[in-house]
Design a protein around this ligand. Structure first.
Ligand SMILES: NC(=O)c1ccc[n+]([C@@H]2O[C@H](COP(=O)([O-])OP(=O)(O)OC[C@H]3O[C@@H](n4cnc5c(N)ncnc54)[C@H](OP(=O)(O)O)[C@@H]3O)[C@@H](O)[C@H]2O)c1
Length: 291
């Protein structure tokens, strides 16, 4: 049995919740501490016996209390695109101050940062990586590719009627399912041998939105089409639907990067961490859409 104290962030979100659940299969609940900023959102975690410590990435005093006696921290990247670099730095500085040994950080997989359409969002990941390296902490970076779970952002609720719409051309993405990433993160937290390693976390194959539409058609028996729109038409369309400006920019940037092959690189790292191939597109879409 493993007796180190692991502090996990983001457990009230999608990925962190999966990690917490998987950690409970790998170690006893008393070895897991969850950092949450809203206790009400953590009800099911508390129920499972995991200790909750309250803190926001912006609140250094709370972070210091939360990291008392902690050996490993899983820092799941924050969701505030403007302020998250400073928030991540707060986590790293506090980890150093409180004697944390090892930090695991969820970063991003990108082929070429310099030509990315999504530099604003992506740069804080690489800046965080650099900051962690400079801190002297032992690190493990999960450079996550796009979650397969984000496919519905391009399909909407009416995907089986209206199809998938994205300005992504024939670009392919080596999508990885959150549930596979979460399992691998839990393993890395409880195992030795991941010190100062950078993992490229991708599925075992890259798929285009044509592949996604075809697989959804096969699974549902309906004709799911892929509408590959010019980016200007796509953004204008989202505007008419009342989608907020910053979200339109993000959706367009991700799709442009997909079109340009930024997310197409396949790595075997996730398969090696899991001990088996990650879910393929069909298995993933079945899980996501409940088909
Ligand atoms: N690879 C991809 O395709 C992809 C897609 C989307 C996001 N991401 C990145 O991956 C991360 C995890 O994904 P996810 O789907 O699990 O995101 P999510 O469901 O939005 O969860 C984010 C978690 O971070 C916590 N958090 C955010 N800001 C915080 C702060 N200031 N202090 C403490 N906790 C804070 C949230 O807490 P609350 O519950 O209190 O808000 C939540 O638990 C995201 O935050 C984002 O950086 C990657």
């Amino acid at each position: 049995m493993y007796y180190e104290q692991n502090l996990v962030t983001g457990v009230t979100g999608h990925l962190g919740k999966i990690v917490a659940g998987q950690l409970l299969k790998e170690t006893a609940a008393e070895n897991i501490v969850a950092l949450v900023r809203n206790k009400e959102k953590a009800g099911d975690i508390i129920y499972k016996g995991i200790e909750i410590r309250i803190g926001d990435f912006d609140d250094i005093e709370a972070l210091e209390k939360a990291m008392q006696g902690i050996e490993k921290v899983l820092l799941i990247s924050g969701s505030d695109p403007v302020n998250r670099l400073g928030q991540h730095k707060n986590m790293v500085d506090t980890a150093v101050k409180k004697g944390v040994k090892h930090i695991v950080y969820t970063s991003v997989s990108l082929k070429d940062f310099d030509s990315s359409a999504n530099q604003f969002l992506m740069q804080s990941h690489f800046q965080t990586e650099d900051y962690i390296k400079q801190s002297g902490l032992t690190y493990t970076f999960f450079r996550n590719n796009l979650y397969t779970d984000v496919v519905p952002m391009y399909g909407g609720e009416q995907v089986f009627e209206n199809g998938i719409t994205a300005p992504a051309g024939d670009g392919k993405t080596a999508f990885a399912l959150r549930s596979d990433i979460g399992k691998a993160l839990a393993k890395v937290l409880v195992q030795d041998g991941h010190e100062n390693k950078i993992y490229d976390i991708t599925g075992s194959q890259a798929y285009s939105f044509t592949d996604v539409a075809q697989t959804l058609s096969d699974l549902s028996g309906k004709n799911v089409v892929y509408n590959d729109l010019p980016v200007e038409v796509y953004t204008a369309q989202l505007k008419t639907f009342g989608v907020p400006e910053e979200f339109i920019g993000l959706m367009a940037a991700f799709a442009t990067d997909i079109k340009n092959g930024q997310h197409e690189t396949v790595s075997s790292d996730l398969a090696q961490l899991l001990g088996h191939k990650p879910a393929d597109l069909k298995q993933s879409l079945k899980e996501i859409y409940g088909l």
